[in-house]
Design a protein around this ligand. Structure first.
Ligand code: EPZ
Length: 420
């Protein structure tokens, strides 16, 4: 298993190009199942999770063809010949369940393995299933699989989500686009990746109102057609590299970054003493003076994103004073804490909150990545730590960050990947 070696203490200075959003590209790829005609997606990031979703779509018999040399523009299209999403793919990536809605809507049936838990919590899909049942699907759980069928198609429904689930909103939005009649999804999640999906569905002929709000109204159509759509920039990658500039005391220009997708994150960074300026097609981030401990609580969008919690904790570990970070979305998303403490951080977890007491410097050590965002928080801490840090199990990192060591090395970090 690859490892990453970092010799910390060097301020970063330079430019990083922000890639397409992983969490937009994944549902957009699944949306390609909704029509036989080609859906062309550009600015698709080259990540392990994207490769997994491409393999899953190919498993359904639908073509996924790269239209450029570096595989960032993909054309998805063709007839669905298999409606099964097998366990050996779904267990690798929970987002595989996003094929459920499109398969039932387009092919009238689906056999999708239950995702099972993952490192950050049990992560059920009950809200996805209840919404599809309201739209007329017959759902049966057997042998670790969801068996869903709607031989006469889906019909519109008035759905109220008890919590603004991102995946449930995406699955139900895609299913409703081909249902007979009107569907209203109330208490829908409002993440920018959902608006990106909705805009793409509209380009495909879908009829969706309330985009960007917590109430989506969908008038189902008989069929959708092909379209061309560019994936939005990745706001979590942007926030992560903003923390890299701040934690090393450097200056980074994040090309393509969009300020409007990061209000809550930029507000917390400003309170912590980080300056973010808009211009030259992106954002320029630098630490003004010392870092100040700043509290944060993760919330559904537009609140502070749970996917930035671990990265903020690394930053707060070297701030002056204390910070309380509260995780309200996932049950077990503090596994980076013991690893950060191995680097000399002083973090104590009390239930859903972690108290971070800033220290003047961290010191390098071997650490273990446990999930995608935890792994990148360890890289951030390693960039600031004195001495050598080795991050193990970086396959977690490769799921969501493209060429992270190249991007950081190009800005002056002493970082390299140790194969095997
Ligand atoms: C999406 O996961 C993201 N993944 C996650 O990013 C992100 O952390 C999460 O949204 C929250 O913003 C993708 O977009 C591919 P949820 P998702 O459904 O859809 C519970 C990353 O690092 N829940 O909003 O799975 C669930 O257990 C990843 O890029 C139910 O109880 O998130 C969790 O506690 C990690 N029943 C909470 O809701 C359901 O049917 C949030 O889940 C669905 C969810």
């Amino acid at each position: 298993m690859d490892r990453i070696l970092i010799r910390g203490g060097r301020p970063l200075d330079g430019e990083i190009a922000i890639g397409g959003a992983k969490n937009a590209a994944l549902p957009l790829l699944a949306a390609g199942l909704l029509t036989e005609q080609p859906l062309v997606l550009s600015n698709v990031p080259r990540l392990a999770d994207i490769a997994t979703m491409r393999a899953l779509i190919a498993q359904h018999g639908v073509g996924v063809a790269p239209l450029d040399d570096d595989g960032r523009t993909l054309a998805i299209g063709g007839a669905i010949r298999c409606t099964e999403a097998p366990y050996d793919i779904v267990r690798k990536m929970r987002a595989s369940v996003l094929v459920l809605g499109p398969l039932v809507a387009r092919a009238g049936e689906a056999r999708v393995s239950l995702p099972g838990g993952c490192a950050i919590g049990p992560r059920p899909i009950d809200l996805h299933l209840k919404g599809l049942e309201q739209m007329g699907a017959v759902i049966r759980l057997e042998g670790g699989y969801v068996h869903a069928s709607a031989p006469h198609g889906l019909h519109g429904a008035a759905i109220v989500l008890p919590m603004p689930s991102v995946g449930a909103t995406e699955n139900l939005l895609m299913a409703a686009s081909l249902a007979d009649g009107q569907t209203v999804i109330a208490n829908a999640a409002r993440e920018p990746e959902i608006s990106d999906l909705a805009e793409c569905l509209v380009a495909m002929g879908g009829r969706i109102g309330g985009i960007g709000t917590d109430r989506l109204t969908v008038e189902g159509v008989r069929r959708l057609h092909g379209a061309t759509h560019a994936v939005i920039p990745d706001r979590i990658e942007t926030g992560t590299y903003a923390c890299a500039a701040a934690i090393t005391g450097g200056t980074l220009h994040l090309r393509h970054a969009r300020r409007d997708h990061l209000d809550a994150v930029l507000r917390v960074l400003a309170e912590a003493g980080v300056e973010v300026l808009e211009g030259d097609g992106g954002l320029t981030v630098r630490r003004l003076n010392g870092l100040r401990g700043t509290d944060a609580m993760t919330e559904p969008y537009p609140g502070f994103p749970t996917d930035m919690q671990a990265q903020l904790m690394a930053l707060m570990a070297v701030a002056e004073g204390a910070a309380m970070i509260t995780e309200t979305i996932f049950e077990n998303r503090f596994m980076h804490v013991p690893e950060l403490n191995r680097l000399g951080a002083r973090v104590n977890v009390h239930g859903a909150s972690a108290i971070v007491r800033g220290v003047p410097t961290l010191s390098g050590a071997p650490v273990m990545a446990t999930d995608l965002r935890a792994s990148v928080s360890l890289v951030l801490a390693g960039l600031a730590a004195r001495g050598e840090t080795v991050v193990n199990r970086v396959y977690h990192l490769d799921r969501g960050y493209e060429a992270v060591e190249q991007k950081l090395a190009a800005c002056g970090a002493d970082i390299e990947r140790l194969a095997g």
